[in-house]
Ligand binder design. Structure first.
Ligand code: TA6
Length: 292
């Protein structure tokens, strides 16, 4: 069966060999394996060997789901929330198998508000997360439903993708000309300032934490011998992050782990979405292996 359930995770298997593993904890994708040019299955995502996979803390790697706030909460509705919100820290449920054929496998997960969530985010909502595995592609769609009769639902959303890549050789484009916040700036004023990206090819050879606003929605992440396309639908912004040596301060980061990934994170994080009662918002990421 191309959809295998183990206790706390689902493993999707494509008829041509690729696989994807999704933990019910956080609906976190912890592995996406695609054959390389020699036909050997290679994991295209980075997960730190020190990552907790037992639900005790968000996974350091893979594709964490960030909702309803990105970074430290700033909106009044989010004041009781942890960094990056609760979606990546809650246990989701399997909802349904959406597709299961030669073209690929697609499974939907659901997160309904529980008491823990309601205590910090007393809002009426439901989240669905659809993971679709094709031969060379992995797509992840987050659906946010405002199930309230009267209240707006205000949120941010982002897919915090850790792409396995040689950090000292990878480049991300096209970002030139975009406005961005540099979160490595030591001052709040500096971090709040919108700068303009002057580079045609962005590297992460130094500590990088850039929040680009209103991106083109398609990003080429490339390195010698490899590459990945990141496509974003209805996720207008994109974050590029690599801590470099700052990574030594991250408790669940494997030794030198920062050398082995770049985070390219499509999201809606510049400002907030205010969803009308009864409406649904969908944001999608599509990852395509380009080579290697
Ligand atoms: O997306 C980049 C970022 O916001 C960085 O500032 C860094 O904090 C990273 O997320 C990881 O955050 P985490 O809460 O998973 O340690």
């Amino acid at each position: 069966m191309p959809v295998n359930q183990e206790q706390d995770k689902y493993i999707l298997i494509h008829p041509k060999g690729p696989t994807v593993t999704i933990l019910l904890y956080g609906a976190t994708i912890t592995s996406w394996k695609v054959p390389d040019n020699s036909g050997t299955l290679q994991d295209r995502l980075f997960v730190s060997s020190k990552a907790k996979l037992d639900g005790t803390q968000p996974v350091r790697g893979g594709i964490p789901v960030v909702f309803p706030c990105f970074g430290a909460p700033v909106h009044p509705d989010h004041q009781k929330l942890p960094q990056h919100g609760f979606a990546r820290k809650e246990t989701w449920s399997y909802d349904s198998t959406v597709m299961d054929n030669e073209a690929g496998v697609s499974v939907r997960f659901v997160l309904n508000p529980n008491e823990t969530i309601q205590a910090v985010f007393p809002k009426a909502f439901r989240l669905f997360y659809v993971v679709t595995l094709a031969e060379h592609q992995l797509s992840t769609d987050i659906h946010v439903e405002n199930t309230s009769q009267n209240d707006l639902l205000t949120f941010q959303a982002l897919l915090h993708t850790y792409i396995r890549a040689p950090a000292d050789q990878v480049i991300v484009a096209p970002l030139q000309g975009l406005k961005f916040h540099d979160k490595t700036d030591p001052t709040p004023e500096g971090r709040a300032t919108l700068q303009e990206e002057s580079r045609s090819a962005v590297d992460v050879r130094k500590f990088t934490d850039s929040v680009y606003i209103d991106g083109p929605g398609k990003y080429d992440v490339s390195w010698p011998g490899g590459g990945m396309e990141v496509k974003a639908v209805n996720l207008k912004d994109v974050v590029v992050w690599n801590p470099q040596e700052e990574g030594v301060k991250i408790g669940d980061m494997e030794s030198d782990g920062w050398k082995r990934y770049v985070c390219v994170e499509p999201g809606h994080v510049g400002g907030f979405i205010s969803l009308e009662p009864g409406k649904t918002w969908i944001g999608q990421q599509v990852l395509t292996v380009k080579s290697g």
